[in-house]
Ligand binder design. Structure first.
Ligand SMILES: Nc1nc2c(ncn2[C@@H]2O[C@H](COP(=O)(O)OP(=O)(O)OP(=O)(O)O)[C@@H](O)[C@H]2O)c(=O)[nH]1
Length: 297
């Protein structure tokens, strides 16, 4: 049997007003946060938040930049238009609400939902529902509020009914081969990946001249919206190696950090400010830091 003809894969947008449990659900569905080392054309308008792969399907969960429901000025109407366009770029839209609550903000989110995609309403936090009758009444209320393709009650926190949710989602994914292979996804943290990308550039750009192991320490890693500010130090064994890594007039180091930064922006799908220093390893303090960065302390 040719598996690829039956395999399902697609982009699943997760939307919902703040606090409905989007992050909790995503963590439950995909486990550890992943970094993508290779972006795909299909995902350029989205940020891939996580991937769940089985032997039958691959779910690529994405968020929708600019999704907001608070304002209705002209500028935001333009923004909402963009949000709508971005959402119709996905294969399935999954909207979350809290069991027992349907607020004005929820209704505003509903207004932004595309009409030509499968729409899944996930009623989260059912563990908080008072009783079965109240939950049934609530499900009827949300079913009347918008034309959802499916409604699935879950508790992201307790992990209940998530298999059912994935089964329902799978039905609505198009037949496609998986978008991401294992080699495109790493479960390294973004911090580790940043260090690895710098190290790789050092080897690529001065490999022959630096025969000894080079360690990269991430001194600071800050996230601010879509921008990551990363401060790193390349630790080398001797002064002569430091000179090689820095290069004439700092040219080599500049190339290393520019190439590493571009790779990071690609992998993290966001802007990166990168500052890289070179230091000669010396003394116990640096050695300790090196061991730490290698996870060997
Ligand atoms: N009781 C209960 N609480 C939940 C459940 N899912 C999430 N929560 C809680 O709801 C709160 C908000 O959850 P988040 O996952 O941060 O919500 P979010 O939608 O990502 O929020 P924003 O990042 O603000 O958009 C947290 O305190 C969660 O622990 C659930 O199934 N049951």
């Amino acid at each position: 049997m040719n598996v690829s003809t039956e395999y399902r894969c697609g982009l699943v947008a997760i939307v919902g007003r703040p606090n409905v449990g989007k992050s909790t659900l995503l963590n439950r569905l995909v486990g550890q946060k992943v970094s993508i080392t290779s972006r795909k054309a299909q995902t350029t308008r989205h940020r891939v938040m996580g991937i769940h792969t089985t032997d039958r399907a691959q779910f690529v969960f994405v968020d929708t930049p600019g999704f907001q429901t608070r304002h209705t000025s002209t500028m935001n109407r333009a923004m909402n238009k963009r949000v709508r366009e971005t959402l119709s770029d996905t294969d399935v839209v999954m909207m979350l609400v809290e069991a027992g609550r349907l607020t004005r903000e929820d209704r505003q989110v509903m207004e932004l939902l595309p009409k030509d995609r499968p729409l899944l309403l996930v009623v989260n936090k059912v563990d908080q529902a008072k009783d079965r009758a109240a939950l049934m009444a609530y499900l009827q209320q949300v079913a009347a509020a918008h034309a959802f393709t499916e409604i699935v009650p879950v508790s992201a926190k307790q992990g209940s009914n998530l298999d059912e949710l994935l089964k329902t989602l799978e039905k609505h994914l198009p037949e496609n081969p998986p978008l991401f292979g294992e080699d495109h996804v790493t479960d390294q943290t973004e911090r580790q990946l940043a260090a690895e990308l710098i190290r790789e550039k050092v080897f690529r750009l001065c490999g022959e001249e630096i025969p000894y192991a080079v360690a990269v320490v991430i001194d600071k890693f800050e996230e601010e919206g879509n921008l990551r500010r990363i401060f790193a130090t390349i630790l080398v064994d001797r002064d002569s190696h430091k000179a090689i890594v820095i290069g004439k007039g700092g040219e080599k180091l500049k190339t290393i950090s520019t190439q590493a930064r571009l790779d990071m922006e690609h992998a993290f799908d966001g802007r990166v400010y990168l500052e890289v220093w070179v230091k000669v390893k010396g003394g116990w303090a640096d050695d300790l830091r090196t061991l730490k960065s290698l996870g060997l302390d």
